[in-house]
Ligand binder design. Structure first.
Ligand code: NAY
Length: 288
């Protein structure tokens, strides 16, 4: 369960339908070219919150069929509809996904007891392991050290995907829970998280920059911080350009530049203008 995990994208056509051939190519590109250790399926990067339950299931099936046992697979099953979350947790456990993950429930201001009940309910229904998906900037849900500790009391909850720039809390978590898995969630902060001894990282930009991400992670683990910093600098030049041009559509356009049929993003995300498409190809040439 340790190492570099791509937050997988899905290829959609202009009508928003899954492009199965493209999705399979994206899976293979991550395994064969980016050489990542695993895939995080139907997360934010997978446009999970924009698609139907049926499409989520189809994506889980296609990814498992294509990846087989080549890499570790994590299924993001979180949903505001807890019945859907449980259904997807059962579905992906049956498909033999190695672990589940679920975003903290958002939109309504759930209190911590409600959040804890959400995770415990999902896990009471399956024989699998759970990685909490914490991303306060998008969900508005922040948890403190003690609250993470309460979630971790459930032995099936084995770690957290920590997508936040709070390195104080990350260090406290590492210190307090040495046996739980901590994953860095912001690719531009991978080095900072790695020196705090996270167990791995899950990122959108690894779809195109996985090899560099591994270098940063492994150099930091080996204590070669100076060299790691140089690779993080190259990485952040790339990420800054991608963010400036539009995160997910630009990664898809870069994948197309590399011959992967990445399709387009689903509405309400808008397609890149011709100028931004050209810029994405320039970014690929300049930074990859
Ligand atoms: C997800 O579920 O796909 C993730 O959270 C992966 C982590 C990414 N977060 C988001 C919200 O996209 O890789 C990061 C992020 O895109 C990257 O660091 C650029 O900011």
């Amino acid at each position: 369960m340790k190492g570099i995990f791509t937050a997988l994208m899905c290829s959609f056509d202009e009508e928003g339908k899954i492009n199965e051939k493209g999705l399979r190519e994206m899976v293979r590109n991550n395994i064969d070219v980016q050489k990542v250790d695993g895939l995080y399926v139907n997360g934010s990067t997978g446009e999970n919150f924009l698609i139907s339950t049926e499409d989520k299931k189809r994506i889980f099936e296609i990814v498992k069929d294509e990846a087989g046992d080549d890499v570790t697979l994590i299924a993001q099953v979180g949903s505001l509809n807890i019945d859907e979350a449980v259904d997807l947790a059962k579905f992906t456990t049956d498909l033999k996904y190695d672990a589940l993950s679920a975003v903290t429930p958002f939109y309504y201001k759930f209190d911590f007891d409600e959040i804890k009940d959400y995770y415990n309910t999902i896990m009471a229904n399956v024989d699998n392991q759970m990685i909490v998906y914490s991303i306060p900037a998008l969900t508005g849900v922040s948890m403190n050290l003690e609250q993470f500790g309460e979630l971790f009391e459930n032995e099936k909850i084995i770690g957290v995907k920590f997508t936040a720039p709070d390195f104080f809390l990350l260090e406290r978590l590492r210190h307090a829970y040495p046996d739980k898995l901590l994953y860095s969630g912001f690719d531009e902060m991978l080095l900072s998280a790695s020196v705090l001894n996270v167990d791995g990282a899950i990122g959108s930009t690894f779809n195109v920059n996985g090899v560099r991400a591994r270098k940063i992670f492994e150099l930091a683990q080996a204590g070669a911080v100076e060299e790691a910093r140089a690779v993080q600098k190259e990485t952040n030049d790339l990420i800054a350009a991608i963010l400036d041009n539009g995160l997910y559509p630009t990664i898809k356009e870069i994948l197309k530049h590399e011959g992967v049929d990445a399709g387009v993003c689903r509405k309400p995300m808008k397609p890149l203008t011709e100028a931004k498409k050209a810029r994405a190809h320039d970014i690929a040439k300049k930074y990859l």
